[in-house]
Design a protein around this ligand. Structure first.
Ligand SMILES: [Zn+2]
Length: 171
């Protein structure tokens, strides 16, 4: 998911869970949980290819996304330290994936395997479903391609963001 959704979800966990240790663990797991849902996200292909000039718009988008999340958290949350710690923790999985696209080691490769292939399993099923749909338009295939359609993938993030803001502001 985009950073905004991950950061707000982390902030929501930090706002709701009062046990610091538990909040940090859940903020980390919360990242993988959100990634399970079909969603749109930025391409890091330019960064991976170290094509810096082309990555600039991508980096700018990520930066704006990050700033927007911080502004929302500043405005709506109680601004306790634990909220910001959880926000930071909720970004670790994507941070590790970006680091591993630049320089990798065994741990980062294993993390990528879990984060990108296992958690984002729908991304790989998507192409297959769309191919099968044109070959064999069964109810199951139609339903699946609806689940991975762009409007639905935007909706899942909008719902995650909405629920997070409600949790952050109701504390
Ligand atoms: Zn992720």
């Amino acid at each position: 998911m985009i950073l905004l959704a991950h950061m707000l979800f982390g902030a929501a966990i930090g706002s709701v869970i009062h046990n610091v240790f538990l909040a940090i663990i859940l903020a980390l797991l919360g990242h993988y949980f959100l990634d399970l849902f079909p969603h749109i996200e930025y391409s890091i292909d330019n960064i991976r290819e170290k094509n810096w000039r082309k990555s600039l718009p991508d980096i700018l988008k990520v930066f704006l996304d990050f700033c927007l999340a911080i502004i929302i958290i500043l405005l709506f949350s109680k601004n306790q330290l634990i909220i910001y710690i959880c926000v930071f923790v909720s970004l670790i999985p994507d941070g590790l994936t970006i680091i591993s696209s630049l320089f990798s080691n065994k741990f980062l490769l294993l993390h990528d395997k879990i984060h990108i292939q296992k958690v984002h399993f729908l991304r790989y099923k998507k192409t297959r479903a769309l191919n099968e749909l044109s070959a064999r338009p069964s109810t199951k295939n139609i339903l699946f391609s609806a689940l991975v359609s762009i409007p639905f993938r935007i909706l899942t993030q909008a719902i995650a963001i909405f629920i997070s803001i409600v949790l952050i502001s109701y504390q």
